[in-house]
Design a protein around this ligand. Structure first.
Ligand SMILES: NC(=O)c1ccc[n+]([C@@H]2O[C@H](COP(=O)([O-])OP(=O)(O)OC[C@H]3O[C@@H](n4cnc5c(N)ncnc54)[C@H](OP(=O)(O)O)[C@@H]3O)[C@@H](O)[C@H]2O)c1
Length: 269
């Protein structure tokens, strides 16, 4: 099958590697052309050359809406994390040109995408999904939700939980440290509780200098989109606090830090 990947950051480049390894013919477009070299995809210089299944991984609503009018393909699949409003606006622009649109935001990072164990939350027309169900089943784990907006919102709800939980974990580690309790002691306690998996996956990485796979500025954008989706419909108090933390951290210049450090960065300023 022909696949065009639009936006070759961490997620887009991982998706290129996955689809190329599965034997698909992959094309790629990126705003910064230098990033296209070395990837197993044929660079295209204009979005009008996009073809087949066009997978969009650009960073945010602003990026999505700046390119939506030029996107082409048999189907355009929105795989980045966008707001309800942003995703719907892009969808309207594309459908007005007769291009079918699906949402398929991803649960999992670039490593999961490349390994094929990322989860794709898919929404949009059942008839269009049927046509590409085999493709989604081979690139990762596909969850078809029917409605386009449900896929967008489920991703925002999932990221709210992930980003909020890890922020609080960081603050809790900081609190214990402030009273002379080593993170290893805290981790050992958590490993005997319902937080076992979270402690094992995140405590050491949060305190290490490993390069991030998901930027704090992108996680902050997800919390903003989730708060906007919740406004007037569901609770927003905790989300608003997490949003405020992320806004402060970005203001303090931590936008490119690894998001899992959010809860410990305030005290490191
Ligand atoms: N990383 C993760 O673990 C993860 C997991 C799930 C979902 N996501 C979501 O996936 C999307 C991509 O994330 P990422 O981690 O791959 O981000 P990234 O590495 O920062 O890459 C961002 C991409 O967006 C492009 N871009 C940014 N602004 C643009 C604009 N105004 N016009 C055109 N292109 C623009 C960048 O192009 P340039 O190279 O020209 O800057 C780059 O290709 C985001 O929505 C993110 O929330 C990420």
């Amino acid at each position: 099958m022909e696949v065009t990947v639009v936006g070759v950051g961490k997620m887009g480049s991982a998706f290129i590697k996955r689809t190329a390894r599965l034997g698909h013919t992959v094309y790629a477009w990126n705003r910064t052309k230098e990033k296209l070299s070395g990837l197993p995809a044929t660079p295209i210089s204009s979005l009008s050359e996009a073809r087949g299944l066009t997978a969009v991984f650009v960073a945010d609503d602003e990026a999505l809406l700046s390119i939506a009018g030029e996107l082409k393909g048999d189907v355009v699949v929105l795989m980045g994390t966008y707001s309800i409003q942003g995703a719907n606006s892009a969808r309207r622009v594309l459908e007005a040109k007769g291009v079918p649109v699906m949402a398929a935001p991803v649960v999992g990072g670039p490593g999961n995408v490349e390994r094929g164990d990322a989860i794709y939350l898919i929404g949009g027309s059942g008839a269009v999904y049927e046509k590409y169900a085999g493709f989604f089943a081979e690139v990762g784990k596909a969850v078809y939700l029917g409605d386009f907006e449900k896929a967008v919102v489920l991703k925002l709800a999932y990221n709210s939980l992930l980003i909020g939980a890890i922020s609080v974990l960081g603050e809790a580690i900081s609190l214990a440290s402030a009273y002379g309790i080593a993170p290893s002691v805290f981790k050992e306690l958590l490993q005997q509780t319902v937080f076992k998996d979270i402690a094992t996956a995140y405590v050491d990485r949060m305190l290490s200098n490993e390069p991030g796979t998901f930027a704090l500025k992108h996680a902050g954008k997800d919390v903003r989109y989730a708060t906007a989706a919740a406004l007037g419909k569901s609770g927003t108090m905790v989300l608003s606090a997490v949003r405020a933390l992320y806004e402060l951290l970005e203001l303090w210049g931590f936008g490119d830090a690894y998001y899992i450090k959010a809860g410990i960065l305030e005290t490191r300023r």
